[in-house]
Design a binder for this molecule. Sequence first.
Ligand code: ADP
Ligand code: MG
Length: 750
Amino acid sequence: MDKRTVLRERFGFRSFREGQEALIDAILSGRDAFGVMPTGGGKSLCYQIPALLLEGLTLVVSPLISLMKDQVAALKEAGIPAAFLNSSLTAAQQREVLRRAELGAYRLIYVAPERLLTDSFLEFAAGQTISLLAVDEAHCVSQWGQDFRPNYRDIPAFVRRLSRRPVIAAFTATATAEVGEDVVRLLELRDPLRLVTGFDRPNLYFDVRRERDKTAWLKTYLEGHRDKSGIVYCATRKTVEQVCEKLRSAGFAATRYHAGLDDAERRENQEDFAYDRASVMVATNAFGMGIDKSNVSFVIHYNMPKNIESYYQEAGRAGRDGAPADCVLLFSPGDVITAEFLIQNGNEREQLDEALRVRLLIRDMKRLRQMQDYCKTDGCYRAALLDYFGEAHAPNCGCCGNCLQREEESAEEGEEEDITLAAQKILSCVRRVERKNGVGLGETMIVLILAGSRDKTLLAREYDLLPTYGIMRDTKRTLLHDYLRALVKQGYLRRPPGDYDVLITTEQAESVLFRQERVLWRHAVQKEQSTRQQKAGASGKPEAADQALFDRLRSLRSELARQAGVPAYVIFHDATLLNMANAKPASEAELLAVSGVGEQKAKKYGQAVLAVTAEWRQAQQAKKSSKAKKKEPQPPLRLTPEQLSRYVFQPEGVSMTAFARALTALKDENEPGALTGRQLSDRLLAEGLLTEETAETGRLRRRPTPAGEAAGILMTERVKEDGEVYSMVTLTEEAQRQLIARLSEGLVIE
Ligand code: ADP
Ligand code: MG
């Protein structure tokens, strides 16, 4: 076997990533190696592949239990015998691992640094041929780094106790020169191959935002990423508690992690996150190295970290699987004060001598300034990060927050629209509300007033008596929202401190209302999302047609993970599922060709995966052959009064289909249940509110009875785009209201 065969057959990958091959070659030729690669760069493979090709045993020094556990689980899944030795095992279990190891049961053993110099381990090691000693997270040896672990310095002493010196290979994501020097010197590497790969992570989107209300922003963001998982980093334990609590009470599956929690809770929360039981982890920087979770699709920094190394390492935990991921830092000036406090009062270095402490303090303050500079730059964020690590790069990445913003501004030049009239109407509306209430009003309600809605709350508060009521009823509501946001952005409206849900007019608004100031608009608000997604997310999503298959593969994976008792990403990475959903393998050979599927996994899960793709293919065929849409029967829709209260009444009336669809959209996405227009129509027919008659065309059609008309169900005429006139049963706002009320009282339409 050679390294390529191992890569393909065991790990299911077709090609090496940058740096991997050279490091593997060095190790195989007996040379020490020091690899610096970004998080997610693929360091593990650099020692796992040699472990399978070298004669004897490979020891991996790893700092954290969770890391070892994940890696060993992943290796076992790939059919590679491995074990770990750490304090999570009982004494009896540890003896059992050592006993089996002596029988040659494992290719790799992961071990905590504290264990190296213990008698039992030394005795074990003496009887083994250890061909490779891999040091993962090697920066732990350096006190310059964030995660200094004194026992990493025992490694050379351990090596000297062996009868034969193994090859030593060290790996880290920390790129600073100081740390690199320490690793080589303190681990006593001999003429190592030093390899630093590029630090760019093209699939990560970087942005810094100054949000007055970070929580509100966060909730909106999470709302848009419901099916994704991610991390929210906070500077202090207290902030973790607060943010986690707020997210939970807003209905998000959030969990927390910080050094103030006891071990058991930390472990449990970490697992909830790893196993996708909790989709958002709110944590301090204590939550870190120990996570190899590959499908983290966002890392939000609720506060600015202390330095760019930490930031890049933490943000880098997003998108390990290569799928597009977001890294957003929410900056506020208060963060600087917190960071300074943490630097000056950090007790991590209490045991160090005074002179060194002072040096570190000076260094840390300098790094903090560089971190601030990053937050304030209006240049390319990616460029700023790569500059910091001394790496060459294009002047602009074209896809970070700043680059996109700039692009929008220049691309939109000349396309400016004069929205003065709309602005006058809106500002005068907000102003009248202020006069009436003495306070401002939420964005949604302002839109309802402008649109002339018959919303219950609106009527109860008598906003329909305002002269501005309904003055923009011909403007689309989404556009009204855009206008409002544009007016906030341009400073005509603002959110008062302490109550960000409300909009009020500013002094500047007077110029528009009374001094004919013109208001121009560049649609930037609207475009922001779409451009960004196109740019940053080009490869991330399966084609629309494959989404269903992807979702099924995902639920198969959850099932398999539950059975095996491992996190889902240990079975297949998201990226692998995406590849499958695109390749739609029909045979084992085709499955093996999918990147991320090795022989062991094909053997173990191939049948289940192929069953899903086959079923999907059949379903596609069935769809094609029978034009009649035979959808899976859905149970009747059941909505809670709370869900029903989110229905937005349509004053212009809606068709039964549209109404049924809008109601179905109110339920939780993963809950079953649907209401169709047909079901609704049948029900109204049964109740005598509709009646059936034969039209001139000979087809049956339904129209409201007098009782139906009394209930607000009307026949209206519509004009199709091609000019054809047709009539349709319309539910007026009154009818919508009655139906919603009955549904709230427990009516179920089957
Ligand atoms: P690091 O330790 O450098 O942070 P990992 O070793 O955990 O990174 O690897 C990150 C991800 O990249 C893992 O999901 C791994 O399976 C994947 N990976 C590693 N090497 C390759 C490769 N050559 N091709 C495709 N995926 C790879
Ligand atoms: Mg790693």
